[in-house]
Design a protein around this ligand. Structure first.
Ligand SMILES: Cc1cc2nc3c(=O)[nH]c(=O)nc-3n(C[C@H](O)[C@H](O)[C@H](O)COP(=O)(O)O)c2cc1C
Ligand code: SF4
Ligand code: SF4
Length: 274
């Protein structure tokens, strides 16, 4: 990986390729950063770009462009679809575009969905790689044991090594599979005041404000008691729930007593954290 200011200069000169990633609990960030380290490409956080309202990217001199994203409901997360729709990729057309889809079990039709979303931007998806990693959707399940988590990470690393080789060689593996009905998992409107949010903070909340800082959709604010309230368009990424240092964020009854998850290689809770 290349240090940020040098990377910006090189991007302007058209030397560096971009890897866009979205990550709530670090799996996709870890994968994107490993690819970047091996290719000298630069990572850009979709969450940060959305919060900064940054939608213009000049990719005219790039050879390849990557999208490293999680799987939501067997397709593309709504937040990623939203970003792609708003983004202008100047000079698109000739790049080798690839997707790396992290998931807990399987990715369904995510590659076909991303292919269709990118087509609108004149970006042709040439390759896709599925990466089974720890499943952060703890609303329906619980995390497996530490040993199982380590085994999942170890086999993900092997798959990632192979994917990196293919990306370097610009190998194609995407055929024109049929587009799925759901190109993305929709964002949902939630409101603490109207009772439509199942998110709440328990008494353990210490009012640190991290959840507000991290939410890529900016739908968390602190009330007059410095407690979080959820209002707005939610990506259901579960960043607020998994990253709360007090484990105070719950989603209804579904998450009470369940272990939280953060990719073990992501040390800093704040840098590129969404
Ligand atoms: C809302 C939501 C929906 C998910 N849907 C799926 C799914 O359909 N299939 C699957 O295998 N994993 C699913 N997962 C698990 C994530 O794709 C997986 O844990 C991913 O690696 C998380 O990436 P991140 O750590 O970069 O946020 C889902 C997770 C969330 C939060
Ligand atoms: S991150 Fe947790 S402890 Fe901090 S304000 Fe949010 S709910 Fe409270
Ligand atoms: S409220 Fe929580 S789950 Fe919803 S987008 Fe923000 S961080 Fe993600």
């Amino acid at each position: 990986m290349i240090e940020s200011s040098r990377a910006e200069t090189l991007i302007r000169k058209g030397v560096i390729n971009i890897i866009f990633y979205f990550s709530a609990t670090g799996n996709s960030q870890y994968a994107a950063e490993r690819i970047a380290k091996a290719t000298d490409d630069k990572v850009i956080s979709i969450g940060l770009a959305l919060r900064d309202q940054r939608f213009e990217f000049d990719i005219s001199s790039e050879e390849r462009i990557g999208f490293v994203i999680p799987t939501y409901a067997w397709t593309v997360p709504g937040i990623v679809a939203d970003f792609i729709k708003k983004a202008e990729f100047r000079g698109s057309g000739s790049q080798y575009a690839y997707g790396v889809f992290t998931c807990g079990e399987n990715t369904g039709k995510e590659a076909a969905a991303l292919r269709v979303l990118l087509q609108e931007k004149d970006i042709k998806l040439k390759a896709s790689f599925d990466l089974v990693m720890p499943d952060n959707f703890i609303l329906w399940t619980d995390l497996p044991s530490e040993e199982r988590l380590a085994a999942i990470m170890a086999s993900a690393d092997l798959v990632l090594d192979e994917a990196i080789e293919s990306i370097r060689e610009k190998e194609s593996n995407v055929t024109d599979s049929e587009a799925p009905e759901d190109l993305f998992m929709p964002l949902i409107d939630i409101s603490s005041s109207q009772g439509t949010s199942k998110f709440f903070a328990t008494e353990d909340c210490n009012s640190c404000g991290l959840c507000q800082e991290l939410c890529p959709m900016e739908c968390i604010t602190l009330n007059s008691d410095n407690r979080p309230v959820w209002e707005g368009s939610c990506a259901m990424c579960l960043s607020c729930l998994h990253r709360c240092p007090m484990q105070a964020v719950q989603h209804g009854e579904e998450t009470i007593g369940k272990t939280r998850y953060l990719n073990p290689y992501i040390k800093d809770h704040k840098v590129n954290a969404y």
